[in-house]
Design a protein around this ligand. Structure first.
Ligand SMILES: *[C@@H]1O[C@H](CO)[C@@H](O)[C@H](O)[C@H]1NC(C)=O
Ligand SMILES: *[C@@H]1O[C@H](CO)[C@@H](O)[C@H](O)[C@H]1NC(C)=O
Ligand SMILES: *[C@@H]1O[C@H](CO)[C@@H](O)[C@H](O)[C@H]1NC(C)=O
Ligand SMILES: *[C@@H]1O[C@H](CO)[C@@H](O)[C@H](O)[C@H]1NC(C)=O
Length: 372
């Protein structure tokens, strides 16, 4: 899948996803918090403490409604699987889930797909579209491997629909679980830098964009699961994306990270992410000029938002850290001085929004496609 032509580069002088060790508990309490175990016959509680309610049976929930006559539950014959993989809702004609949104703003939409097979259905043969809030989240989609799709969409108060439609007459669709969860205010700030080959411009209105999460990387650190994240996200180690020749050293920190009032918050990234980093030390390198580069395969035709988290757990003294940040070889930040921006052990977040030729972590879904 890693098409080299589509692969783009992020080159950074020093990238630090730094910070703290103690167990982070999820303190943020989302105003909208719909957790649906599709096809399940009873509530499903995960090891991260969240409880997913069934979409078919159980007490009536006026704030959430499924097209009951169009979706059918399907139970996984295998019981030795994760809680949310034990059942699915399947549909042979268009159907939708309707949610009452109490608090407008950016919401996480997560769709869980775990294709299992019963004597009657093999979910890996499903082909369908998913639409939400005027955006096509998935088009002609099918999967033979487990997938979690995550989107960030700005929702207004009132009704919000997620619609599923089979991709053709002989097809059907399925979903194992749905999450519609408020994100904290300010998680996605409104302004970013738009990095183009010729210039950097300002990008406004970021929080109103619909985006898909593509990569969420814990630099120099381990996998972080929803159990250990403040917003039930998943972060994966960066090694797979680091290009050969990116010499760097992993730095870890066991003190307490200081989150600052106008800096990153524990919700922006948890302690488990900030307590590791990769550092480059050019003073020991002849020529003193080298790069640390991550490469992410992406599709062309979209804009990509790159969020870089910095917490200085590496420098011995102030004003030692100077580096450039490149996106696809274009200078995004020159002579970036972390000690001025962040200070020691303070978490900050940089936002870069780059043009269509760039790579990113969040994909702007700006080409809605109509389902059949
Ligand atoms: C949501 O879907 C239902 C059923 O398809 C429809 O009646 C309703 O108008 C839709 N609501 C919105 C806000 O699109
Ligand atoms: C959560 O983080 C702690 C400390 O980093 C780690 O020991 C533990 O294994 C993690 N738990 C899960 C379920 O990821
Ligand atoms: C960087 O390398 C130099 C020379 O090898 C060393 O003296 C210095 O302590 C290193 N700095 C850090 C922050 O590791
Ligand atoms: C580091 O990357 C930048 C941007 O791609 C490039 O201009 C520079 O020459 C690279 N430096 C080295 C030593 O490869």
């Amino acid at each position: 899948m890693a098409d080299r032509r589509n692969a783009n580069h992020l080159t950074a002088g020093f990238l630090c996803f730094a910070l703290l060790t103690t167990l982070s508990s999820a303190i943020f309490s989302p105003p909208d918090n719909y957790l649906i175990a599709c096809g399940a016959s009873s509530a499903a509680t995960l090891d991260d403490g969240r409880t997913f309610l069934p979409d078919h049976s159980g007490p009536s929930r006026p704030t959430f409604r499924a097209d009951g006559h169009r979706v059918s539950p399907l139970h996984n014959p295998s019981h030795d699987v994760a809680t949310l993989h034990r059942a699915a809702s399947i549909f042979a004609c268009p159907c939708s889930y309707e949610f009452e949104i109490k608090n407008k703003g950016v919401h996480f939409i997560r769709l869980h797909f775990y294709p299992f097979a019963t004597p009657d259905y093999d979910l890996s043969y499903a082909r369908f579209h998913v639409l939400a809030s005027g955006f096509t989240l998935l088009s002609d989609f099918g999967t033979s491997t487990p997938l979690l799709k995550e989107y960030l969409i700005n929702l207004d108060e009132g009704k919000f629909n997620i619609s599923f439609a089979p991709a053709g007459r002989s097809f059907f669709g399925f979903v194992n679980a749905i999450e519609v969860v408020s994100a904290p205010k300010g998680l996605i700030l409104d302004v970013a830098r738009l990095v183009n080959p010729s210039q950097i411009t300002k990008f406004d209105g970021l929080s109103k964009q619909a985006m898909e999460t593509l990569y969420r990387i814990n630099v120099g650190g381990p996998k972080v699961t929803p159990f250990n994240d403040t917003l039930w996200r998943r972060w994966v180690p960066d090694l797979e994306y680091l290009t050969p020749g990116s010499s760097s050293e992993i730095v870890t920190f066991s003190g307490r990270i200081k989150y600052q009032k106008y800096g990153a918050s524990r919700e922006v990234a948890p302690d488990n992410v900030y307590n590791s980093a990769r550092a480059m030390n050019s003073s020991g390198v002849s020529g003193a000029d080298y790069n640390m580069t991550w490469e992410f395969p992406v599709a062309s035709g979209y804009k990509y938002l790159v969020r870089m988290h910095f917490c200085d757990i590496a420098s011995m003294a102030l004003n030692q850290l100077y580096f450039n940040v490149y996106i696809n070889g274009n200078l995004a930040y020159g002579d970036f001085d972390l000690s001025e921006s962040a200070g020691q052990m303070l978490a900050i977040l940089c936002r870069l929004c780059c043009g269509c030729q760039c790579f990113g972590a969040l994909k702007h879904i700006d080409w809605p496609v109509q389902a059949e």
